[in-house]
Design a protein around this ligand. Structure first.
Ligand code: SF4
Length: 146
């Protein structure tokens, strides 16, 4: 089994990722525009996807095809990830944070100014990275409410 580092290594160009997922490049680009996925970007702007990205996209496809959840529905689910608990931001940060105060977009889709997330690289942030598998958001909520 591949270790975490290998899982996170961006190795697949967009055409390979699309082939692995059996979807079009256009669809993959649309998922990125909607903020469901943050691919690794090379300096040349070429997108690369890791094994973890592919697993995340499989989960998204399952939500759309099997559970009939819309893209906006998936974004709303991601918005429920309690980033404030994971990042441990201050009450002041929360008060002025659009992500904390809204429930339609994942926190990484907002521009963060003058808060703890201002310089955060979302692709490598635990909030984005750790809850990319189907079921993990629920496990997180369970662990917090124990
Ligand atoms: S996005 Fe950042 S600042 Fe906003 S609530 Fe989440 S952790 Fe706190």
């Amino acid at each position: 089994m591949l270790n975490t580092l290998e899982n996170d290594e961006p190795i697949f160009p967009i055409s390979t990722a699309a082939k692995l997922l059996n979807i079009s490049i256009h669809t993959l680009r649309m998922y990125e525009r909607e903020g469901l996925i943050i691919p690794y970007k090379k300096e040349s702007n070429q997108r690369l996807y890791s094994k973890s990205d592919i697993e995340r996209l499989e989960c998204i496809r399952k939500a759309i095809n099997e559970f009939k959840i819309s893209i906006n529905g998936i974004k709303a689910l991601y918005s429920l990830i309690p980033c404030w608990e994971i990042v441990k931001c201050s009450q002041k940060d929360r008060k002025n944070c659009k992500a904390y105060n809204n429930h339609s977009e994942p926190c990484w889709n907002y521009e963060h100014r003058k808060n703890i997330c201002e310089k955060r690289d979302c692709r490598n942030c635990d909030v984005y990275k750790k809850y990319n598998q189907c079921g993990e958001i629920k496990e997180l909520i369970k662990s917090i409410s124990r």
